[in-house]
Design a binder for this molecule. Sequence first.
Ligand code: FEO
Ligand code: CA
Ligand code: CA
Ligand code: CA
Length: 603
Amino acid sequence: AAAAQSSTLPFTPITPVPASVDAVTVPQGYQWAPLIRWGDPLFSKKDVFSPEAQTAELQARQFGYNNDYLDIIEVPWLGLLGVLVANHEYTNEGIMFPPAADEAQADEQRRIAMAAHGMSVVQLYRTGRSKAWKYKVGAKLNRRITVATEFEFTGPAAGSPLLRTKDDRSGTRVLGTLGNCAGGTTPWGTVLSGEENFNGYFRTAGTSDAEKRYGLGNAPTARGWEKIEPRFDATNPGYENEPNRFGWVVEVDPLAPNEPPVKHTMLGRLKHEGANVIIGKTGHVAAYTGDDERFDYLYKFVSKEKYDPRPRLNARWHNKRLLREGSLYVARFTGDSPSGEITGTGNLPADGAFDGSGEWIPLVVDGESRVPGFAVDEVLVHTRLAADAVGATKMDRCEDVQPNPKTGRIYVACTNNSDRGKPGKEGATEANPRNANRDGHVLEIVEAGDDATATRFAWNILLLCGDPKTNPSAYFAGFPAEKVSPISCPDNLAFDSEGTLWISTDGAPGTIGYGDGLFKVPLEGPERGRVQQFLSVPREAETCGPVIKDEDGMVFVAVQHPGEDGAWGDQHSYFPDYVAPNQLTGDGKWGGPRPSVVQVWRS
Ligand code: FEO
Ligand code: CA
Ligand code: CA
Ligand code: CA
């Protein structure tokens, strides 16, 4: 019952930190340090970081900007060796460099931005199990993936006419990945990453139903990449399909630095937050993925082939092909209360519980379309349109969707939806039970027969987030609201070795007025629903990619977009180096905000 006491990461919850504080706050008895920062060199110590002397060539050899997904993967046969995998969602040129003096410099800043997107693989070492990790410059596994890296398409839509451009008449290869948000590490040790807000990078005709549904339009982009690479302007003849080549789940093997990364068409094209895989009872694997847009959907992929658990090279090769073939489903949630909205006493629905049943509606089964009027490549490239056609449930922005490795139950972070219930928009339903849902909620799904490959499920609401002092509808699985840490806008999810849920947030400063943070939530026994805040991130930052290594007494987070509302000359954050404004010190510190991976450990 006393999860907080039995854990190897005991802590007293921190007091919520006002959003204006430019500091990392950790519990008493813990300390933190950056493990790697934007601009840190991966291949040679000569690639020194200096915002005023930055080039695209240097950036492609340094850790990228705005780290979001994070994992620290121990390489088991060596024990003291690890590999860090992070992605880099987007850039903020206004705080990264001085304003460009002319158009040539503006173009170079665009190329730097392209090189600061993508992913990083970084080899780590430590001197003992509970010792802090360090990263190694020039190590064998170090790798940067950017907007210029070649990817291969896999699955039924690879080679489709919908993916062909004048640069790739085969529709099987694409340069780059962008808008990478969350992700997941697979049971076979590769990393998945979700391409999310790709629409903002392209100018398109904006006339087709699909373009409109994905938010693609005919206007110059804010980033202006179409000025230096014609493929980002899909109105250029031959590039009409370039936007179709983004919005996928990508897979990278961090132990195979020379293997091309892939984009899996079988998981559909949407604004993927990320994807997380679990092995079902039948041996087939399921991957859960959310579409992070107001009123968009929750999806599940089920593999055709079974997972091979043998610790052999050919098993690894087999498992790396599991996401290429199978079935794709979209979720429909049904409430069992007479009215969806909260109407009963105690902020509960009329039947006293936020719960109900659900089904996974097939879009593609064993490589064949199940959506009338859609060929299989149309389902996979225009997945939102296919899901619209089958009556899926409109959700409050699914961010991370993660199976609990201990119990197999699935957790869905719905970050918020301020538009729910507005005129002309769908109102509250039992699975999304609040109109103007500014604080978000977390759902718990139990697959039928506890099998990840099932097509029916039961669900309930674990948390309706908020500060109970100011939002009376906040709900914590029945745990007394006055005893929890206030929490808002759940985004990324993780589990510790005991199966306890950890949640990081994005958006709390604008809703409850506290800095974003990381929270622990027991799922079993009398402590179920007891939200306890572990850390808080600096001014204007979001907490991403939590990694909980409780057996080592360690926690890692990716601190994304610190000081994002500042400007060159008016920086809002000095995290993590905290030296004088714009000062560049001999030991590699800089006086301005640097998105970084932070390591927290017991003092
Ligand atoms: Fe990039 Fe859905 O947050
Ligand atoms: Ca109910
Ligand atoms: Ca996110
Ligand atoms: Ca978010």
